[in-house]
Design a protein around this ligand. Structure first.
Ligand SMILES: [Zn+2]
Length: 109
């Protein structure tokens, strides 16, 4: 197993915590590499690295879940004022698409 110095891990590796931040889990893969940070008077601090390529989503994406997610995203992109898909998430601060906001400043105020 390759061992890297702390902060010198190559791209494509992540700790379990870093995977989690990406919404991923090791997914049954073995530890791919380890990081060692030397410490005085003690053994090195070791962190285990996993391959990002082989990581799996925290929750597997089922068709139902994908559909629910797509609906939720579509709802967030749909402007409540003009009912059009703005193509981006409606900013909460505006509560409507930028076009509506710009064309109806009085209504927004
Ligand atoms: Zn709009």
């Amino acid at each position: 197993m390759p061992v890297y110095r702390w902060r010198l891990a190559p791209d494509g590796y992540a700790t379990r915590r870093q995977l989690r931040a990406l919404g991923l889990r090791p997914g049954g893969q073995d530890v791919a590499a380890q990081l060692e940070r030397p410490r005085r008077h003690r053994g090195p601090l070791v962190a285990y690295l996993y391959l990002v390529d082989r990581a799996k989503p925290v929750r597997p994406m089922t068709p139902g879940r994908a559909e629910a997610l797509a609906k939720a995203m579509a709802a967030r992109r749909t402007c409540p004022a003009c009912r059009r898909d703005a193509g981006y998430c409606i900013p909460r601060s505006l509560g409507m698409c930028v076009t509506c906001h710009d064309s109806a400043p009085a209504l927004a105020a």
